[in-house]
Design a protein around this ligand. Structure first.
Ligand code: SF4
Length: 893
């Protein structure tokens, strides 16, 4: 592209043709004030405060949205320019309240700063002409639109960056103000707070941060909720977190956060935080000293160990740091002598780990978030991305809105992203292998596959090709309910784009066919050569903020850190040498198997760190009764969870912002999170507790700091070989990163697959383990909602609970009419395993015959209903399909 020359304040600069005057001004090192400008938005010139003088045309021009032209002579600081800017500021201030002393914007108000810089007294500007009522519609955002200066940044950021288009402008002239359809809670607003964060004045304010004044310091942390791994600053005052700010330089989420990340931090200082160890005596907890508690844990674990180390089970945590997960699995294997170590990845992405390892040799997301905007087609399936991974949904929406990317959504429910889709297919729950094989058949029979890629990079194509031939569009329609023409259209769109990416989540994995579903997805990517290149890939979206890291660190019964199998001698010997201990050869039990073993008396003691299986595991009544049968249960957590209530000893742990450590997000990015505040009372980090416990059990697991643990990890786990705290201080690194000079890996399998050649798998459709019948006529499917997280132990102890405090069963309007229930009616949802009382929410998001419930509410424990039937290979339970009936609790007159 050609360059042009511009003279700015007497300095000659050259900028790319197409640059704005503001770009040239910045290049010259001059300064121009802005109010409505932000580099993440298209320039608009609304506020006009960026006026500069162009001597070639003798005009005043807005610098942010006027193109620089060859030979322009720009002055940014002349008397004429200053006087014009002053006039604009006076006009803005005419309608702005003189309330700076009590304004929550404190000293970060750009208008106030400019007024001061230009020598304008607020008092001299007169009275406010247009008073607007303060809007108090939700617990997150306070709107005092009298202070609005009409810069429209909130409207633009909602449309251009968030892709939500929830805000518009209403009214005329100086009375015009941003407005939503209805209040922010009921409109398309996702309450992400991006509009608040960009407001240059105090018109939009975050309620949770109100009345806390100016923060004293801030710490860079990783969001404690989902696997997107957004980075943010937590603002600290008097040892308390008073707010959150996005915009960490180089972060994957830039300025974006979802409602949980931005507002859900209140759990950290919640009064119910555990502050002292608890010991149960005569069925009641009493507070204890750490010495007493550790003694009690040591004797409980020792007693069980007398029956053999296999009598003990350990659950690690996808919320704990990499260093903590590494230590917990090391504690299980070295100190307790068992491979009975697992965590909640078993319940979300075990099929991804198992299936993708067989297809590609690695079970992680193949590409990066950056590739979303490079994909020409994105196929999302089994992921309600807007509610589960909201910041990724935002990236997908902006890619689609750019006009360069087309979206295919395949989901039984009419999820939000379906509105942005070119093609939306609604298969029956549990029929994924059929439509995926149907896609493959269309692609093969129409000659749309990538023959060169198949020939050079893959194996077992012929067998796979034969296996999909029975899945004609008509057969697929019978199984899935997808119209044949739509199936063909979607398959062609995916195959022909040149760069198609697949994103999926638990709607694919949480089935008895979970591993087959994942293999069928991998087949599709290899068939079309959509792997190993920018904008392509197979991308499982991981749930918890460190579920990827917990797997990487070997908190799995079969895998040592770095996914080396524990039953392979060479791998074991390497770790035995490093740890100076013998590691048992026999793979351990998975979480579901541990619960069964507890029930049958084979497991006699369990150590559960940061997990709440009573709420999160399938058939929760069984889980409860299994845990009650244990001789000894120790739970380490930040709250007295439903699982902790059953424990003999409860150890108080530190929450996310109270410790330093690393987390690995769903795009394999290892990120450092710094300690921001001290844990409450006597609570300690999981790392400190584990070290202490190991010492008391004659193990040696003393480390000076988490960074020392990372040093050990980098020596033993090749993909973390080049990762160190000093490198992570600058920015996150995506594994594999084999050495300290390696920049990290954005795209996996570029030249060859981790396993050498990619392997096609012939997979056959099989019905879910439980189908609806006369007694149980509905399919229940479960998932998350935007405003809560997992078992709710954190999100329900924050302001998020003020917005949504309980669950519901979502049912199609026709089904609701047929069984005589209204929106809000009390109902019982009954399966073969249990019943749950809740209220009905009538919505066509669920198709006929399918009902949906979230799993965040212990008092409406949906997991009491779901089927614990397991996928044979990965042992994940079938959370996504079980048969239920709906019984009205109150008859409608
Ligand atoms: Fe946190 Fe996930 Fe929301 Fe990002 S998208 S702010 S990581 S919950």
């Amino acid at each position: 592209m050609a360059k042009i020359q511009v003279l700015v304040d007497g300095k000659r600069v050259s900028v790319m043709s197409g640059s704005t005057i503001l770009d040239a001004v910045k290049k010259a090192g001059s300064e121009v004030p802005t109010l409505c400008h932000n580099p993440i938005l298209e320039p608009s010139g609304h506020c006009r405060i960026c006026l500069v003088e162009d001597l070639t045309s003798n005009k005043l021009l807005t610098a942010c949205n006027t193109r620089a032209e060859e030979g322009m002579v720009i002055n940014t600081q002349t008397e004429r320019v200053h006087s014009a800017r002053k006039k604009i500021l006076r006009m803005l201030l005419l309608n702005h309240p003189e309330a700076c002393v009590v304004c929550e914007k404190n000293n970060s108000c750009t208008l106030k700063e400019l007024a001061s810089n230009y020598g304008i007294s607020l008092v001299s500007t007169g009275k406010v002409g247009n008073l607007h009522p303060i809007v108090d519609a939700n617990p997150f955002i306070h709107r005092d639109l009298t202070k609005c200066i009409g810069c429209q940044m909130c409207v633009r950021v909602c449309r251009e960056v968030q892709g939500a288009c929830a805000i518009g402008f209403s009214g005329f002239g100086t009375s015009a103000r941003p407005a939503t359809l209805g209040d922010m809670a009921s409109s398309d607003c996702e309450l992400c707070g991006l509009c608040v964060s960009i407001c240059p004045v105090g018109a939009l304010i975050e309620k949770p941060s109100k009345h806390h004044g100016t923060p004293e310091r801030k710490s860079k942390v990783v969001c404690p909720y989902c696997g997107v791994g957004c980075q943010m600053f937590v603002m600290v005052k008097s040892g308390r977190i008073i707010g959150v700010e996005a915009g960490v330089p180089g972060s994957v989420n830039a300025r974006s956060l979802c409602v949980k990340g931005r507002y859900g931090f209140g759990f950290v200082s919640h009064p119910e935080r555990l502050k002292k160890p608890l010991i149960k005596e005569d069925g009641e907890f009493r507070e204890a000293t750490w010495e007493e508690a550790i003694d009690r844990v040591v004797s409980g674990l020792r007693q069980a160990k007398r029956l053999g180390p296999q009598a003990i089970g350990v659950l690690s945590s996808a919320k704990a740091t990499n260093e903590e997960n590494y230590l917990i699995q090391k504690f299980a294997r070295v100190v307790l002598g068992t491979n009975n170590i697992d965590h909640c990845a078993r319940l979300c992405h075990a099929p991804s780990v198992t299936g993708l390892a067989q297809s590609f040799g690695s079970g992680a997301m193949t590409n990066s978030y950056d590739d979303i905007k490079r994909a020409r087609v994105i196929l999302i399936t089994g992921t309600n991305t807007s509610e589960n991974h909201p910041v990724i949904a935002q990236m997908i929406k902006t890619a689609v809105l750019s006009g360069k990317t087309k979206l295919i959504v395949v989901d039984p429910r009419d999820i939000k992203l379906a509105r942005f889709a070119e093609i939306f297919l609604q298969p029956r729950p549990g029929t994924d292998v059929a439509w995926l094989n149907g896609f493959a058949r269309v692609i093969i029979t129409e000659g749309l596959m990538d023959e060169k890629f198949i020939r050079e990079r893959t194996e077992s194509f012929d067998e796979f090709s034969r296996s999909v031939m029975p899945y004609t569009p008509e057969v697929v329609q019978k199984i899935c309910g997808i119209p044949p023409q739509e199936l063909k259209r979607a398959a062609r769109l995916y195959a022909k784009s040149g760069a198609s990416a697949i994103f999926y989540a638990m709607g694919i994995t949480q089935h008895t066919s979970g591993t087959d579903n994942v293999k069928a997805i991998a087949n599709l990517a290899m068939l079309t050569g959509n792997i190993g290149r920018p904008g392509t890939g197979v991308n499982p979206l991981r749930g918890q903020n460190n579920v990827q890291g917990a797997c990487d660190m070997g908190a799995l019964p079969v895998s040592l850190p770095g996914y080396k199998r524990v039953d392979e001698k060479e791998a074991r010997v390497k770790f035995e040498k490093a740890w100076g201990a013998t590691i048992p050869e026999e793979p351990g039990l998975t979480v579901v198997e541990m619960m069964k073993a507890a029930e049958s008396g084979k497991i006699r003691a369990m150590y559960i760190v940061g997990e709440n299986p009573v709420v999160t595991d399938p058939d929760s009544e069984h889980v409860k009764s299994a845990l009650k049968k244990l001789d000894f249960l120790v739970v380490q957590d930040i709250f007295l969870t439903e699982t902790a209530e059953l424990a003999d000893v409860v150890l108080p742990g530190a929450a996310a912002f109270e410790k330093t450590g690393t987390y690995t997000n769903t795009e394999r990015r290892v990120q450092l999170s710094m300690k921001a505040v001290d844990p409450p009372g006597e609570a300690k980090s999981d790392m400190d507790i584990i070290s202490e416990l190991a010492g008391a059990l004659n193990g040696d697991m003393k480390y000076e700091s988490p960074s020392e643990v990372m040093e050990e990890i980098s020596l033993l786990v090749p993909s973390y070989g080049g990762i160190s705290y000093s490198r992570l201080e600058k920015s996150g690194i995506q594994w594999p990163c084999p050495n300290t000079g390696h920049p990290g890996t954005k795209i996996l399998h570029e030249k060859e697959f981790t396993r050498g050649k990619g392997k096609f798998h012939a997979v056959e459709f099989a019905d879910p383990a439980e189908l609806p019948d006369k007694r149980y006529p509905f399919v229940l499917t479960t998932g998350r909602i935007l405003f809560h997280y997992h078992s709710g132990s954190m999100s329900r102890r924050s302001v998020l609970a003020k917005h949504i405090s309980g669950g519901w069963v979502e049912i199609n309007p026709q089904d609701a009419r047929r069984i005589g229930i209204k929106d809000g009616s009390k109902v019982k949802v009954v399966s073969r395993r249990g019943k749950v009382s809740t209220k009905a929410r009538i919505s066509s998001r669920s198709p006929r015959g399918v009902v949906f419930m979230s799993f965040h509410f212990a008092e409406e424990a949906v997991n009491a209903l779901v089927n614990p039937a397991l996928d044979k290979e990965s042992k994940i339970p079938e959370f996504k399909v079980c048969a239920v009936r709906i019984e009205p609790e109150v008859q409608i007159e």
